[in-house]
Design a protein around this ligand. Sequence first.
Ligand code: GRF
Length: 219
Amino acid sequence: MTLRPDSTLSLVSPSISERQQVAPLKLGIMASGNGSNFDVVAQAIQDGQLNAQIQVLIYNNPSAKAAVKAANRGVEAVLLNHRNYQSREEFDEKIVQTLRHYDVDWVILAGWMRLLTSVFINAFPERIINIHPSLLPSFKGIHAVEQALASGVKITGCTAHIACLEMDSGPILIQAAVPVLPDDTAETLHARIQIQEHRILPLAIALAAYSSKVTLSLT
Ligand code: GRF
């Protein structure tokens, strides 16, 4: 963060010019729905807050609005419809092949509503990041927001984590808490959770990439 746009002083090291010399992360984003998380990652890149490029968006639902968002941003989008594959493994093979074709090194599950098999997880070990609308390990799976409401918790939130084979599990990168208000519906609560998802997902990507480098250089 620089003190002023024209300042030569910097509060944080490395400075922006140093950071730009590092090769951008090559992201593959996977989404089944609206794609608001896809969009915030794309915006963070455009704003220079995340040193990355989106190589491809993979979507599995022909009507996913995420595909429109990708088109608006000039990102290539590939439809892989799970209904056209005999098994989850065969579907995941095709996903891995596509991600490799686009030279992806980090995979972001931004509202990907399919279970993952070991075919996929083992192809990108420790390199798959998921965003989930609850404070994991509470309320895994679909309808996480409805589960939170039904349980009567007063605080819920969202989690960005490294994905592993077990659904909505794996090392937590960042969480954000959101209060449950007395008159909340699933829609109003989810909308407030999404505001926090949009804050933490780009940060989690940067954090995961940085941590993996630090770990590598220590071993
Ligand atoms: C998000 O709430 C995410 O946590 C969940 O699916 C939703 C996707 O939202 N996994 P969007 O399509 O990014 O708007």
